[in-house]
Write a protein of this length. Structure first.
Length: 255
């Protein structure tokens, strides 16, 4: 019975743990869905506000139209910079610092947008005319800062793309040279064979000349070796004997 009670306790603990995990998972999923819905609602609301501001800037005249134009320019600049930075931060981690600065800048822009919204509802035209230049100047500073970061990020991406393209082009040229290696090999082999042929021809001519010299020395007794007659001292007597034999005889036997 004690063992059965222990097993039941373990089973209850396991079941309770599973229930807790399921509840935690459902809460996290519901929270994620809620945050996603809130982001979508915020985007939709912001898009509607942008369209409304654009319409007011075109249709309304005077300070009201100017305020709408300032708010629209401020939102457009920040949204464009955020899209550029968020799209490139995955490839370049250094843009994360710029994205953090943009968040701080966006906080100032939200505060300024609230002031512009209140000024838009201000019935006193004199106060509107007095406050609008100052608020416009602040909006221009925020817009310029956002545009500076956006342009710098774009130039950085273009520079990295150009450097990568240059490296890729050099690698392609090196690979093309490696694929054409037969031109170098055939040229080198042709040069070597030509040199071998000329060396062989020169060697053959030299051997022929040496053979000819050797033959001349053997047949005429010159070429660096003395003949047998010269060694025995019979060269002159033999020559004289040959001359006497060639002379015509004038004795009685001639008649």
């Amino acid at each position: 019975m004690e063992i059965l009670g222990v097993l039941l306790g373990v089973a209850l603990l396991l079941g309770l743990g599973v229930v807790v995990l399921v509840v935690i998972g459902l809460v996290k999923a519901a929270r994620a869905v809620g945050e996603k819905v809130e982001r979508q609602e915020a985007k939709a609301r912001r898009a509607v506000e942008n369209v409304t501001l654009k319409a007011k800037s075109y249709t309304q005249t005077g300070p009201q139209g100017q305020i709408s134009a300032v708010r629209l320019g401020l939102r457009t600049s920040l949204d464009g910079t955020r899209r550029v930075l968020e799209g490139a931060v995955g490839q370049d981690g250094q843009l994360g610092e710029a994205l953090a600065l943009l968040g701080r800048l966006d906080a100032h822009a939200a505060e300024l947008d609230g002031e512009l919204r209140m000024l838009e509802r201000e019935p006193d035209a004199g106060r509107v005319a007095a406050k609008l230049p100052e608020l416009r100047e602040r909006a221009e500073r925020i817009t310029h800062s956002a545009e500076t970061m956006r342009w710098a990020a774009q130039d950085r991406m273009h520079r990295f793309a150009a450097d990568e393209l240059g490296r890729l082009s050099r690698e392609c040229e090196d690979e093309a040279g490696a694929l054409r290696h037969w031109d170098t090999v055939s040229g080198a082999s042709g040069t070597a064979s030509a040199a071998g042929d000329s060396a062989g021809a020169g060697g053959g001519a030299g051997a022929a000349r040496e053979a000819a010299g050797a033959r001349r020395g053997l047949t005429d007794g010159r070429g660096g070796r003395p003949s047998a007659e010269e060694l025995l001292g019979l060269a002159d007597p033999v020559a004289k004997l040959a001359q006497r034999l060639r002379k015509p005889t004038t004795g009685p036997s001639a008649g």
